[in-house]
Design a binder for this molecule. Structure first.
Ligand code: ZN
Length: 446
């Protein structure tokens, strides 16, 4: 029995083979460290440089969409680039320096070089009084403005004097840049993996998702998956809107999808369901988290969060959920300078990576079968399918798996459905189905 279960099936996609997740987790962490210093935004050179670095691992296609391009109800904004920014006190000492932390600048700040009083300057300063050592992350993409972010302690030290304020930035016609990587599988049906690339020096929110997607793509390109995979490395919101606008005719190929973000912190795994709520991806992630032996949380869809908002807008309603550890806004370091290289750890990246592999393993191997002997139970004993020694727990589970599969293989239930109904792990259901297939008790159906 056991040897039959272990027999390699030619029709199976082995997602988990030849992989050293520990090794990959250190590579993910290294990639995060390499990307951390760059000042990313929704457009500009920091974003391009980020995609260049990812390209050293996977051959991304780079797309440049010009400023002014209409994408549904939105317009591609002007491209923003920044070279320098500082605040100097009356002695000419730099008290805030962009080169020390790119979070010091409100992202998309317009060019300015002026002298002003503390009073006037304060209208453009942002701090976190509750976390006086941390620098907040702020943006002003769609309203032309400028500002500095600093720790509250720094603000308290500012004297009532005249300051020199300089932001050497440009906001000009240019491009919105995104990266795309397509892996051709055995069938044209696609699995979409999307991550946002627009946050500057923030590790968990942004870089952990980027790193996981990069190494997941690299791994999948080395095996021969059944599904085709499409990886998107896009600026948040405007990136997914742009991609959907440009690819509207082919989105029906997407059968499953995940937005991946905040996957490197110590928090428990969270999964936000797709708008459909009961899509195969929703069931697969739920099954993996349930069987992980760890605490987890499944969240219903809501129209707030990451790019699942766009993929799950009613005009698309794609089966795309959001895979995270600590969700946005729920951990104190979120959108602050404390979302740094200490918050993210290789062990948590490894755990997130393994869970995603298990999800894809289910999706890749989920099939529908037809019982070839549907009138009453087939006699399993005469085929040698009942163990000689009854009563052992594993044996009992295998026998229950056989009975469940035979009973529910009516063309309406997938293996994942059967796993859910029987409360038996997908892996056991899959291996048992392979055995029943070998004994001609099942036939694959679509
Ligand atoms: Zn964010």
């Amino acid at each position: 029995m056991t040897n039959l279960f272990n027999k390699h099936m030619q029709n199976a996609t082995e997602i988990n083979t030849n992989i050293n997740v520990n090794d990959i987790s250190h590579k993910m962490y290294q990639l995060i460290s390499d990307l951390y210093p760059l000042c990313r935004s929704i457009t500009g050179d920091g974003l391009r440089k980020t995609l260049d670095i990812i390209q050293k691992n996977i051959p991304l296609s780079i797309h440049d969409i010009p400023t002014g391009t209409e994408v549904f109800d939105w317009t591609i904004p002007k491209e923003w680039n920044i070279r320098d920014a500082f605040i100097k006190n009356s002695q000419g000492e730099k008290i805030i320096d962009f080169h020390e932390s790119n979070l010091h600048i409100v992202n998309y700040s317009i060019n300015i070089h002026e002298k002003m009083s503390l009073q006037d300057l304060k209208a453009h300063l942002f701090t976190l009084p509750d976390r006086p050592d941390w620098i907040p992350y702020r943006t002003s993409y769609y309203k032309e403005n400028w500002g500095f972010c600093l720790s509250h302690n720094q603000l308290l030290e500012l004297k009532d004097e005249v300051y020199e304020v300089c932001i050497d930035s440009s906001l000009e016609n240019g491009y919105l840049t995104y990266g795309e990587y397509y892996i051709r599988g055995k069938k044209p049906d696609e699995i979409l993996i999307s991550c946002h690339t627009c946050h500057p020096s923030l590790c968990n929110d942004n870089l952990s998702g980027l790193a996981l997607a990069t190494f997941l793509a690299k791994h999948l390109s080395q095996i021969s998956p059944s599904y085709s995979y499409r990886f998107l490395f896009i600026p948040g919101t405007i990136g997914s809107i742009t991609w959907l606008a440009l690819n509207e005719v082919s989105v029906n190929k997407i059968k499953h999808g995940l937005v991946v973000t905040c996957v490197g912190d110590s928090g428990k795994s969270h999964y936000k369901k797709s708008r459909q709520g009961n899509a195969e991806i929703d069931k697969a992630v739920t099954q993996v988290l349930k069987n992980s032996g760890q605490d987890y949380e499944i969240m219903e869809f809501s129209p707030y969060g990451y790019d699942e908002r766009q993929f799950c807008s009613p005009g698309f309603n794609l089966p795309v959920g959001c895979f995270m550890r600590s969700p946005h806004g729920t951990y104190p370091q979120y959108h602050t300078s404390a979302d740094n290289l200490d918050l993210v750890k290789p062990q948590y990246l490894a755990d997130s990576f393994s869970k995603l592999l298990s999800v894809l393993d289910i999706i890749e191997n989920d099939k529908k079968y037809l019982n070839q002997n549907p009138k009453c139970e087939p006699q399993l004993g005469k085929r040698g399918l009942y163990s000689a020694i009854g009563g052992q727990t594993d044996t009992k589970k295998s026998e229950m798996a056989m009975l469940w599969i035979l009973n529910l293989s009516d063309g309406n239930h997938t293996l994942l459905d059967i796993s859910e109904k029987s409360s038996l792990e997908f892996d056991l259901i899959k291996k048992t189905a392979d055995t029943l297939l070998q004994f001609n008790l099942l036939k694959e159906t679509t």
